[in-house]
Design a protein around this ligand. Structure first.
Ligand code: NDP
Length: 269
């Protein structure tokens, strides 16, 4: 459920998982009016739904609606996966963060331990990924956001989980990073956050949470300003879907062939 939802690749991803795992399921994108999220979830539950993914702008509503929340949902204060339990209770989980970590470490073969990370943005997606990134034993995580207060709030909320520091783009100074993740929505409108020209260490990776058939403005900028490798968020999307699938069905699908199929499909479109 989301709004808008027509662009969603999730039905295709779950169809591919279902075929691979020989599980019969029906997963559809449902566009929900902005003030009708709770009614839509309760109706879906009453009709026999097993669970759902939640995307923009309902992740905070889903967190509030859940009767029980996983530890990682509690850290993120946001929910992207709901599961209807046998007793009628609703479990809220957040698989965005493990989705990103799995894409970085397994698919892109990146070592995060001891690395210096920068995340741009402090919205819902970034809230979901900060906790799991801090769990990787990184050397430091700087969160830079247009609205500086939101970056500082995130620092205050998550400082107990690891070395996090929140600030504005203007305060990035001369620090250099091994991994720079764009978690702003700027790419959606073809924009780029205001960034210092020298941001990347040697062999640095730039990662845009947004996925697109064409390189995003951030990916192009990073390539031109010294990033050794540049990736979009398609792998994270498939990996977070894999986490939700596991929660609902107890089976972990193989994600690599699904990422490959989606890339292939994007090239045909
Ligand atoms: P939110 O609306 O919650 O947050 C948006 C963030 O972007 C805020 O930090 C906002 O700053 C910042 N921002 C927006 N426009 C600009 C701009 N022009 N310049 C600088 N900063 C800007 O969105 P989400 O966190 O849910 O989503 C962020 C991105 O992550 C999207 O591109 C989305 O597609 C992607 N995403 C990808 C996923 C995946 O699986 N690959 C999963 C979830 C999200 P401010 O606080 O100042 O308003």
């Amino acid at each position: 459920m989301g709004n808008p939802i027509h662009h969603s690749k999730s039905p295709a991803i779950h169809r591919l998982f279902a075929e691979q795992c020989h599980i019969a399921l029906d997963y559809r994108a449902i566009e929900v009016a902005l003030d009708e999220f709770e009614q839509a979830v309760r109706r879906f539950q009453a009709e026999g739904g097993a669970g759902l993914n939640v995307t923009v702008p309902f992740k905070l509503d889903a967190f509030a609606l859940a009767d029980r929340r996983s530890q990682r949902a509690l850290v993120a204060q946001a929910v992207n996966t709901l599961k209807f339990e046998g007793d009628g209770e609703i479990l809220g989980d957040n698989t965005d963060g493990i989705g990103l970590v799995r894409d970085l470490t397994r698919n892109l073969k990146l070592k995060l331990h001891g690395r210096h990370l920068l995340i741009l943005g402090a919205g819902g997606a970034v809230r979901g990924v900060v906790g799991p990134l801090l769990e990787q034993g990184i050397a430091g995580l700087v969160v830079a956001n247009r609205t500086v207060a939101k970056a500082r709030e995130l620092e205050a909320a998550l400082a107990t989980y690891g070395p996090i520091s929140g600030r504005g783009f203007a305060d990035l100074g001369a620090e250099r990073f091994d991994v720079v993740i764009n978690g702003t929505a700027a790419s959606l409108t073809g924009e780029l956050p205001p960034l210092p020209r020298k941001l990347f260490r040697d062999n640095a990776v730039a990662y845009d949470l947004m996925y697109s058939d064409e390189p995003t403005p951030f990916m192009r900028w990073a390539h031109a300003h010294g990033a050794s490798r540049v990736a979009d968020g398609l792998g994270m999307l498939v990996e977070q879907a894999g986490g939700s699938f596991f929660l609902w069905h107890g089976v972990r699908p193989s994600t690599k062939p699904v990422i490959k199929a989606l890339r292939h499909q994007a090239m045909q479109d």
